[in-house]
Design a binder for this molecule. Structure first.
Ligand SMILES: *[C@@H]1O[C@H](CO)[C@@H](O)[C@H](O)[C@H]1NC(C)=O
Ligand SMILES: *[C@@H]1O[C@H](CO)[C@@H](O)[C@H](O)[C@H]1NC(C)=O
Ligand SMILES: *[C@@H]1O[C@H](CO)[C@@H](O)[C@H](O)[C@H]1NC(C)=O
Length: 722
């Protein structure tokens, strides 16, 4: 069939071609021969092969012998089959080679895949870097724009004014009694930036110096030597200070003598402006020596004042100097709790003279009195308090006559009883300490009252001052209501009820505040003198001297442990907190509130720790802007988030918004020994945006172990000893 088909094909082809006959004949013979050979090859050999192959199929394990390793040698006896075997062999060899090549390629593909992954990662990183760079660029652009917008020089300090040599052109007030800062004080000597230089006269250079109480003099001189404001140069001084009391009774000079000596002070300059006459009382004996002395425009600081003499905002009510040369023993001060003590309140005192008799005697004070003498409430006070004591509703202790000789006192004043230590013992047992102001209401403050007040504060008895006309020390800056109850005398019948109504929480708050005031302003001679200076300084709005830098003891430590990123931090997706700092760390701006502290912040400054004596670079109590400032900005320097539209995550990342134009922060960690926990907490700070540094305050006497490896978190870690 195959041959016929072939011939027909040939014939058709030849016929179409039109070749000569002889050629056609010879080619036919050749074709026949070729066809025959082909027939033999194509039919006969396959038949033989078929025969043998079927025999192999019949033989057992035939497949194995053909396709397995070369064991079927007997099959290759036939030559053609041997050829086939050879072909098979070479094919399988080739297959093996191909297989090896495939594996090779596979591994190459895996390698390339890894490479792709790495590339992807580095692209990611590069993107991140680009983002940061973009941030930096936009920050810089912002800063540049702001600088251009501001286009004004940074506020610089005014030139220091020096006082004229003769300031005689200063107009005098009609009377020294009318002296206030605005008409009796020369501000031109005290520029805001002068730093408040104070010149202190040496009392020993003047005759009255010999009659000064030696302890007071010694304490005063000691504190003057260490005070930062005191200057030797009288020409640049803002304030001149002279100590005149207290004097020892037997050797007192006559008032006229003292007056003369004051007026001859080298810088008195006709009227004594910018002078401060200090009279510190140590004992409670009080007269009012200065009352009869013409002091010109000098300010007076003492513990006893009559209302006609006291010039509010000008004169200073000082506390008595009890601990003249010795420090108070802070260990002996009773603890703040328990809140309630044995006696609800206590009072001991003795009145030498009644108001009526005293008014008749001290004629000189009656000039301004017209009509009736002021009511004397003392009788009513005595009967009411005795009734409370007798009712036994509460434990109270009131004594209106002293067991032993009472201390000397001014007329109508309640004299102190007993020794200081006895009085303190009683006050330690009292929740409240009653202080009855002198019956003569023109006596706005007396040394005896002040003494009672400070003894009460010292041991934590809450002062109850009867008589609201009293001028408590520094009451233009100290909020006494936070530490003492000031009650008008006519309310005496309500006092018991009032005291009982106060909750323990409030009591404790008052006691704590009293303790703060006592410790800060009244406890030592240094404090008393610093307070006198501070009040003048505050009144004329000069900032305090900056606090001395104290270098902390740094503990050296080894760092180098690579810190991983906190999974929580890395995984907060949209809530990205912002870029890690790329600029070198910068310090916060310092001393931004120099003049704020003596302007808007006076009361907070004086009534809460750390007190008004120092200027701090910044405190934790500095007010902060509300969060709206982040979004709406507060003028130049602020970069509202999202241009004022706000946002989170990405918008935050793109803008340094906030309370200050540029922000970085410091993490302060207090720690005690647990190193493992500390290291973990430190590692967690790795890569924190806006982080400037970490300060670890090491609270243990035992130093951190030497071989401890601290994590490297990209910002400095400082370890400080307490
Ligand atoms: C100082 O003050 C005390 C008590 O306030 C008083 O007794 C004394 O006379 C005063 N001394 C002078 C010199 O004014
Ligand atoms: C002031 O002087 C007058 C007369 O010299 C005297 O009577 C009066 O007691 C003195 N006042 C004081 C407070 O020393
Ligand atoms: C504030 O006081 C500090 C410390 O004396 C000083 O360095 C700084 O220049 C002052 N700043 C201003 C604005 O007066």
């Amino acid at each position: 069939e195959l041959m016929t088909g072939y011939t027909m094909l040939r014939n058709g082809g030849v016929g179409n071609g039109g070749q000569p006959w002889v050629l056609r004949w010879s080619s036919r013979i050749r074709l026949t021969w070729l066809s025959f050979t082909l027939f033999i090859i194509l039919v006969f050999f396959p038949l033989i092969a078929h025969y043998y192959l079927t025999t192999i199929d019949d033989a057992e394990d035939a497949g194995k012998r053909i396709f397995g390793p070369r064991t079927g040698n007997e099959l290759c006896e036939v030559k053609h089959v041997q050829d086939l075997c050879r072909i098979r062999e070479s094919v399988s060899e080739e297959l093996l080679q191909l297989e090896a090549k495939r594996q090779e390629l596979n591994s190459e593909i895996a390698k390339l895949n890894l490479k792709i992954e790495a590339c992807k990662k580095s692209i990611e990183n590069a993107k991140q870097d680009l983002l940061q760079l973009k941030n930096v660029i936009s920050q810089t652009e912002h800063s540049y724009k702001e600088l251009m917008a501001q286009n004004q020089p940074k506020l610089s300090l005014p030139i220091r004014l020096l006082p004229d040599k003769d300031d005689a052109t200063f107009p005098l007030p009609k009377s020294n009694r009318n002296c206030r800062l605005h008409n009796c004080f020369d501000y031109s000597r005290c520029p805001l930036t002068s730093g408040f230089p104070v010149y202190v006269y040496n009392s020993d250079d003047y005759p009255f110096g010999s009659s000064l109480d030696p302890l007071i003099k010694q304490a005063f001189e000691a504190t003057v030597r260490t005070n930062v404001y005191v200057t030797e140069n009288a020409n640049i001084a803002c304030v001149y200070i002279i100590l005149v009391g207290e004097m020892q009774e037997p050797v007192m000079p006559k008032p006229t003598e003292l007056e003369q000596q004051l007026h001859s002070l080298p810088y008195w300059r006709t009227d004594g402006h910018n002078h401060l006459i200090i009279n510190l009382s140590r004992k409670s004996e009080t007269q009012n020596f200065i009352y009869n002395i013409s002091t010109g425009r000098a300010m007076i600081a003492q513990s006893t004042f009559y209302d006609v003499q006291y010039r509010p905002g000008f004169d200073i009510v000082v506390s008595p100097l009890v601990h003249a040369m010795s420090e108070p023993n802070f260990l002996e001060i009773p603890p703040q709790v328990p809140v309630k003590r044995k006696y609800l309140f206590s009072f001991q005192g003795e009145k030498i003279e009644s108001l009526r008799s005293s008014l008749q005697e001290v004629r000189s004070f009656e000039e301004e009195i017209e009509g009736n003498a002021p009511a004397d409430y003392d009788d009513r006070i005595i009967t009411t308090l005795k009734a409370v004591q007798d009712s036994k509703l509460d434990f109270v202790l009131v004594e209106f006559t002293c067991k032993n000789q009472p201390k000397a006192s001014l007329p109508t004043e309640w004299a102190l009883c007993g020794e200081r230590d006895d009085r303190l013992e009683l006050l330690k047992l009292s929740t409240f300490a009653l202080i009855i102001t002198p019956g003569d209401t023109r006596l706005v403050i007396s040394a005896g009252c002040a003494m009672r007040l400070f003894e009460a504060l010292e041991v934590g008895a809450i002062p109850v001052v009867l008589g609201e006309q009293v001028q408590l020390p520094y009451n233009d800056v100290i909020r006494w209501n936070e530490a003492a109850l000031i009650i008008p005398k006519p309310r005496i019948t309500e006092v018991h009820f009032l005291l009982r109504s106060i909750s323990d929480n409030d009591l404790l708050a008052m006691r704590r505040q009293g303790r703060f005031l006592w410790e800060t302003y009244f406890s030592t001679s240094d404090n008393v003198f610093s307070t006198v200076l501070a009040i003048i300084r505050t009144r004329i709005q000069i900032p305090a001297a900056p606090i001395r830098e104290e270098t902390a003891v740094e503990i050296p430590h080894r760092s180098g442990k690579a810190a991983g990123t906190d999974p929580n931090m890395a995984d907060n997706g949209d809530l990205d907190l912002g870029p890690v700092e790329t600029e070198p760390p910068y310090a916060s701006p310092k001393y931004l509130r120099n003049f704020t502290l003596t302007a808007m912040d006076i009361y907070r400054n004086w009534n809460s720790a750390p007190g008004p004596f120092h200027l701090f670079p910044y405190t934790p109590f500095d007010p902060v802007l509300p969060s709206e400032a982040k979004f709406l900005g507060s003028g130049t320097g602020f970069r509202p988030i999202g241009g004022g539209a706000g946002g989170s995550g990405k918008e935050f990342q793109a803008a340094l918004g906030g309370n200050v134009p540029r922000e970085q922060f410091t993490v302060v960690m207090l720690t005690y020994e647990r190193e493992e926990v500390l290291m973990n907490s430190l590692e967690r700070l790795n890569g924190l945006p806006y982080l400037n540094k970490v300060v670890v305050v090491w609270n243990s006497p035992k130093l951190p172990s030497e071989d401890l490896l601290w994590p490297d978190i990209g910002v400095p870690i400082m370890v400080r000893k307490t």
